[in-house]
Design a protein around this ligand. Sequence first.
Ligand code: SF4
Length: 296
Amino acid sequence: MLQQTQVVTVKPYFKKFIKKYPTLKSIQDASEDEILTLWSGLGFYKRARNIFRTKEIIHSEHKGRFPKTFEEIIKLPGIGKSTAGAIMSIAHQIPTPILDGNVKRILQRYFSDDKNILSEKELWNLSLSVSNATNSNLYTQGIMDIGATVCTPQNPECSQCPLSANCNSAFLKVEAKKSKKMTDLKTINMKLSLFVADQEILLRKIDDQEIWKGLWSLPYTNESTSKVRNYNIEKIKHRLSHRILEIDINLKKVTKKFIPKNNFQYQWVKVSDVENIALPKPIKKVIKNHGKENPL
Ligand code: SF4
């Protein structure tokens, strides 16, 4: 959950997730849809799909027990070298190097500075050289926490840092890095329709080729030929990590429920039930704002 997402954003989702699935056994029969529903609004939905695939593999190939070797763990969907290292160190207490964004920054600053950039290989070697601690779980959790809370990208708190005595960059000024402006990001346009019939709305399952795949969303405007009366168009802008979505939502009232004739999967759902459905955040918001309106 924490990949590219801050702790403060993740916290409520993590609590909800762990409450529903406190053990591997409890998640065993969960469908992808159920996992995505708990993820709804958190973004980067690939992580949720990977959890689904991982628990399937653990069931079929590891007899329902989480694997214990680095080689087996790294084969699981969504787990790279650094995450596998963190699991080995923290869960299994076997010293294994990690190199997430926070650790990279600490090693870069500790052994060099923000100007003489070390290569990925050099950083891995440094991580290996310092990770062979007796209490590997404490070391690994500690270095990640220092990166997240003390040695932050813009304003490292060197006076609070337990590494400051030997750090090469201690108390050096950090140059502000420019973040990507909205205008630098690629824009994708979408035209969707919010069909409302008797406080129910029509949803379509997003297929493999699209953004938000595996979630539910609104049908594309050109998917339905049914004669309906448009009454409003709402424009929304939503920022993803590398893209901007500009969505025109065509709000439509229909007197009779229908299912468009094509290969996509549809369902009509009560507006009051949208909380229980895996929907992207901006779409959920539009439904909550307009799903109960009577436009005619
Ligand atoms: S002393 Fe400062 S620059 Fe060095 S690791 Fe600690 S916070 Fe980062």
